[in-house]
Design a protein. Sequence first.
Length: 231
Amino acid sequence: MRALRILLILAVVLGGIFVAVDRAAVYFAESEAEDRVRFAGAETGSTEVSIKGFPFLTQVAESELDRVDVTVRDIQASAAGRAIRISEIRARLHQVKLGPGYTSATAARATGTAVVSYADLTAAADDGVTVAYGGEGKVKVTGTVQVPLLGKQLSRSVLSTVTLVRGDTVKVRADEVPGEGIPGLESLVRKKTDFEREIGGLPEGLELEKIEVTPDGLEISVSGADIALAG
């Protein structure tokens, strides 16, 4: 009985040591990965990486991680002009293959959400136009137009619908623009408030699926396969 008790205690101690070593390795790997995550053709800000699954060390030995959650902020395509900057991408990556020397990684599949703030949507609109949440799944777009017939400027706000077109472009179009009996006013306002902008900076292989207007910004569902994270 004494020998069995000693073996049980040793098993618990060794098991605890293994768990501690495994968790320490995860922490180190997450820290290293945060410095190495790169999206081709885009500049990124801060990155957070969370490696799921246990034990971690056996996954590393097989050079494949079951799941990795990644949050990348401030994503902008290089030299993208008026392309819309992505405020944040939250992605769940599955079957992440590690390259030689762990200097690269590729996810077999990924799902997640890309977030575009109203500040970034405003920056992508025409000069002098602001975009804000309009309630009930709409955005409020405000702009000032010069009306030659009146010889003055008018400021107008419209409620607009946001849709995803061509798989990579956000389209903002006013539901209704009151003409107020002024010839050409609707056309002038729409030239300011209606616009289309491509989403810039998405990693290759990640596609936009569905867009939702929320009080905090646009939330766009994304998914893809063979996503290169580094290297």
